[in-house]
Design a protein around this ligand. Structure first.
Ligand code: 5AD
Ligand code: SF4
Length: 450
């Protein structure tokens, strides 16, 4: 039924959703459907959704409602466009979404990706809305085909779910309990990726540092890093790390594994111990500082990034100042700042929250200014250095430029040499000497002109 059909997958949210979208695309392609870039060209519009913050919810609702006005694509074998919602909102709301969004045909949960084709088929053949949501799984599951965005970069999930229950966060409720993928499977997947020419593997999990806790504590995340490193892949990254579970053995790997990139996302959320306790983060700011010091001792050039929530219920000016001061002190390469968003069903939604909206906005703006300064200062330290850049796209800054990522995750723009095309470079790691450094990007020239 999918042979002459087209589909478009739109992804909201985190890297796990991006990976899931690649698997959805792989699955539909294996059944004969063709991927297209825009919803206008698609018979099936599939949305992989996020519900971590309210804004993501609102965005989805707006986008899907406005789809009613987009005509069926010319040449479509169907009399209408079918809309399917997966990811975290699908998991959370199930068939309740049909009431909010009557033009949705299929809802599928985070553990129901392989159910999407039969659900679409039933929606087409029976002309009725279909939903399937599983409660969770006892075992890790990742065997669908995938259509990766870039052949040279792969996401490799090592855990799914989260057991931490930070009081603001809905993830444990929608993604379920944490399950670790067997290390043999991870090793095999890494080796297969390398054989296929993958240059960069990003290990994924809500909290990769607690890998193995459900496997009687062994193997641990450091062991996973070792086997993935031994696959010989050029670059390894991972996300996300919970500070309470970042062990000395993992920190030490930043000094010993040559292909582990010197970049770490270590969400602090707040630097007030009172707020951290209310968030149920299970570490103190002193412990966090200690981690930063240990990381820098092992890998002085490591790029640190973090997440900060501004305006958690009861956050005082003094609490916010502590966070501001920590951001200044650490000198992050990147900080993702979020205004606290109340999520139904989480403990924080019941906490008293009397800080005026304008005050929270002021704190947020003040932090964003600091973050921009800090990113600028960090990038200045790259001037004149030669950095290996994995070229992954045309540059948005000029037709004769291409861009890619340096080890510390900065975007680097470099000229495409005369007589060459972007295609000659995509997926290659080239050496670039940095000649210009801005807040959010670097500009370089190819060493030896190649
Ligand atoms: N409000 C604001 N930010 C949140 N995050 C998670 N839940 C919320 C919420 N309710 C942020 C945290 C987390 C990141 C992925 O999203 O900073 O690390
Ligand atoms: Fe949410 Fe906390 Fe789990 Fe991260 S560690 S997914 S913030 S509950």
């Amino acid at each position: 039924m999918f042979e002459n059909a087209t589909f478009c997958v739109t992804t909201f949210g985190c890297q796990m959703n991006k990976h899931d979208s690649e698997r959805i695309a792989g699955l539909l392609e294996s059944l004969g459907a063709s991927p297209v870039e825009t919803v206008e060209e698609a018979d099936f519009a599939i949305y992989m959704t996020c519900c971590v913050r309210e804004r993501a919810d609102e965005r989805l609702m707006g986008t899907v409602r406005s789809m009613k006005n987009i005509p069926v694509r010319p040449g479509s074998p169907y009399c209408k466009r079918y809309v399917a919602i997966g990811g975290c909102i699908g998991q959370r709301d199930g068939d309740g979404l049909f009431g909010k969004l009557p033009n949705v045909d299929v809802v599928f949960g985070t553990h129901n990706m392989e159910d999407l084709p039969p659900l679409l088929q039933e929606a087409v053949e029976e002309g009725r809305q279909r939903a399937r949501i599983a409660d969770g799984r006892a075992e890790f599951h990742d065997e669908l085909p995938e259509d990766r965005e870039h052949p040279w970069a792969a996401w490799l999930p090592i855990t799914v779910g989260c057991n931490n229950f930070c009081t603001y966060c809905v993830v444990p409720y929608v993604r379920g309990r944490e399950i670790s993928r067997p290390i043999e499977e991870i090793e095999q997947a890494a080796r297969e990726y390398v054989a296929q020419g993958v240059k960069e593997i990003t290990l994924l999990g809500q909290n990769v540092n607690s890998y193995g806790r459900d496997l009687y504590g062994r193997p641990r995340f450091a062991d996973v890093l070792d086997v993935v490193s031994a696959s010989g892949v050029d670059r390894i990254r991972f996300a996300t790390s919970h500070p309470k579970d970042l062990t000395d053995e993992v920190i030490e790997r930043f000094g010993t594994l040559g292909n582990l990139m010197p970049a770490l996302h270590l969400p602090v959320q707040s630097a007030s111990n009172r707020v951290l306790e209310a968030m149920h983060r299970s570490y103190t700011v002193e412990h966090y500082r200690e981690l930063v010091a240990k990381l820098r001792a092992v890998r002085p050039d490591i790029a640190l990034s973090t997440d900060i929530i501004v305006g958690f219920p009861g956050e005082t000016e003094q609490d916010f100042r502590a966070t501001y001061d920590l951001v200044k002190e650490v000198g992050y390469n990147q900080v993702f700042t979020f205004i606290y968003s109340k999520r139904a069903g989480t403990p924080a939604a019941e906490m008293e929250d009397d800080t005026p909206r304008e005050v929270i906005q002021e704190r947020f703006d003040c932090l964003v200014d600091l973050v921009q300064e800090s990113a600028y200062d960090r990038n200045q330290t790259e001037m004149g250095k030669v950095l290996p850049v994995l070229i992954d796209a045309p540059s948005k800054r000029g037709e004769d430029l291409m861009m890619g990522k340096a080890p510390r995750n900065q975007t680097v723009h470099v000229p495409i040499p005369a007589g060459c095309s972007l295609e000659d470079y995509l997926g290659r790691i080239v050496d670039a000497r940095i000649e210009e450094s801005r807040r959010w990007y670097l500009r370089g020239v190819l060493v030896d002109g190649r």
